[in-house]
Write a protein that binds this ligand. Structure first.
Ligand code: AMP
Length: 451
């Protein structure tokens, strides 16, 4: 119950209006110390309810000081990496502050600079911004941040990935009088994040909410093997035609692949949208709006483009390409099963993806359900032998002959050509199901699955 928190009654009224009944784990853990004014470093995933975890205490502080009195200062600043996330956060702030006099404003790239300057003259109580554009306004003398009381850095790891480290630090320095800083990130990041934590937070409480192993309880995770990209396209088509879902997102690792898949799906009469870094702001906005309103059910996207996307009813994620790391996998899959809803995540993997898949399983401490689709079963069904780690065993790396640059086989015994044993090559690996839904079984107790 949200009433357990010492929140202003107007905020509790908004929470009730939004039909938030039970606080999520990140809200349970972060709201009390945030209300006490502590600096926080919170590691929590997209979809965990982290926005409310910082917005409610932030609004509470502003209300405590009599927000009805006209103030001519920006009193709180939320910095985040992308426009889409900024827009979603603005909505969340507006929803929670609907019974108060608190005003919020949005400053992101891709919007009219003069209109934004006019907005800044009104000094919104809560300013939500991406760092690059906000800094331009600061340099142009359009705003002062010296009265900011609370600073929030949301998806800080992502801001660092996108090269915003210096901008964020500069903006944080401008908020010299701040009383509280809260930093949220989906991962524990690397040295860049540690540096930022050290330079921006004061004696922070570190809350590690969602350990990766506890993620996405509402999302089933499956893998389907494929022989090549054309095969993957057929699998995607089958899944889109046969799975039950409200909305689906298909991830590729490159823009070119996103374009190819998009073209393929459009050609086969699917109503589909595409999001990637080459698309301009208008196209991105349009694609996201259509998805939200339900005009389109299917989105093809690359990782960066889909960052922070929060589309209700997104219950199917297909990894056309396997993400390159466990963290990236968590980011993608975090889009389904949000706030307790159910979801399905399917990764399509070719021969070269097996070991990466297996490391992602180990990272998540989960084993993905193996699945085959009748009529579309791949010749490739996983390595013949697995190591205890779940990775392929017995395949030694090929050495490159420096003289002629050709790859030469190592001393490992020559392997049979794949074609010779494709049909019966399940070996110790995976045995297909027949109805296309049940998980696969191992033929003999092979190496222990990734724990
Ligand atoms: P977030 O992780 O902040 O992006 O939140 C993910 C989604 O969950 C958003 O659509 C929120 O509005 C929703 N949400 C957050 N907290 C709760 C809650 N306690 N009960 C129901 N929905 C929630």
């Amino acid at each position: 119950m949200f009433a357990q928190f010492a929140l202003h009654e107007r905020l509790l009224k908004a929470v009730a209006e939004l039909k938030f009944i039970e606080p999520t784990p990140v809200q349970l853990t972060a709201i009390p110390p945030a209300l006490e004014g502590r600096d926080l470093q919170v590691t929590a995933q997209t979809g965990s309810g982290k926005t409310a975890a910082f917005v409610l205490p932030l609004l509470n502080r502003l209300l405590g000081d009599g927000a009805s009195q006209a103030r001519s200062d920006v009193r709180s600043l939320i910095l985040l990496p992308t426009r889409e996330l900024a827009q979603q956060t603005l909505k969340e702030v507006e929803r929670f502050s609907q019974f108060t006099f608190i005003k919020s404003g949005l400053i992101t790239g891709g919007e009219d600079f003069k209109v934004q300057a006019a907005l800044l003259r009104k000094c919104p109580d809560v300013l939500i911004a991406t760092p690059g554009r906000l800094l331009e306004h600061l340099n142009a003398g359009h705003l002062k941040l010296n009265q900011v009381e609370v600073l929030v850095l949301d998806e800080a790891d992502r801001m660092l990935d996108m090269g915003f480290a210096e901008d964020v630090k500069r903006l944080a320095d401008e908020c010299a009088q701040r009383q509280q800083t809260m930093l949220f990130s989906a991962t524990n990041g690397g040295s860049g994040l540690r540096e930022m934590v050290a330079s921006v937070l004061r004696e922070p409480l570190h809350l590690q909410i969602n350990r990766v192993s506890e993620l996405n309880e509402g999302t089933r995770q499956q893998v389907i093997t494929a022989d090549d990209n054309a095969h993957k396209e057929r699998l995607v088509e089958w899944l889109l035609a046969n799975e039950t879902y409200q909305k689906a997102i298909i991830f590729t690792n490159t823009r070119a692949q996103a374009d190819r898949l998009y073209g393929h799906l459009v050609a086969s009469q699917h109503k589909v949208f595409i999001l990637h870094g080459d698309k301009d702001h208008k196209e991105r906005k349009q694609a996201i709006e259509r998805m939200k309103q339900g005009g389109a059910k299917i989105l093809v996207a690359t990782d960066v483009a889909a960052r922070g996307l929060d589309v209700e009813g997104l219950d199917l994620v297909i990894n056309f390409d396997l993400p390159r790391s466990g963290d990236e996998y968590v980011h993608r899959i975090g889009r389904t099963g949000r706030a307790g809803a159910e979801g399905l995540a399917i990764s399509l993997i070719c021969h070269g993806d097996w070991n990466l898949m297996s490391s992602i399983e180990r990272y998540l401490k989960q084993r993905f359900e193996r699945r085959n689709i009748q009529g579309l079963k791949a010749h490739y069904q996983g390595p013949k032998k697995l190591k205890a780690s779940g990775k392929a065993a017995g395949v030694k790396k090929k050495k490159t002959d420096k003289k002629d640059g050709k790859k030469t086989a190592s001393k490992a015994p020559a392997r049979r050509k794949p074609s010779a044993d494709k049909a019966k090559s399940s070996g110790p690996s995976l045995v297909g199901n027949t109805d296309g839904t049940a998980p696969l079984k191992r033929r003999k107790p092979a190496a222990p699955a990734a724990e």
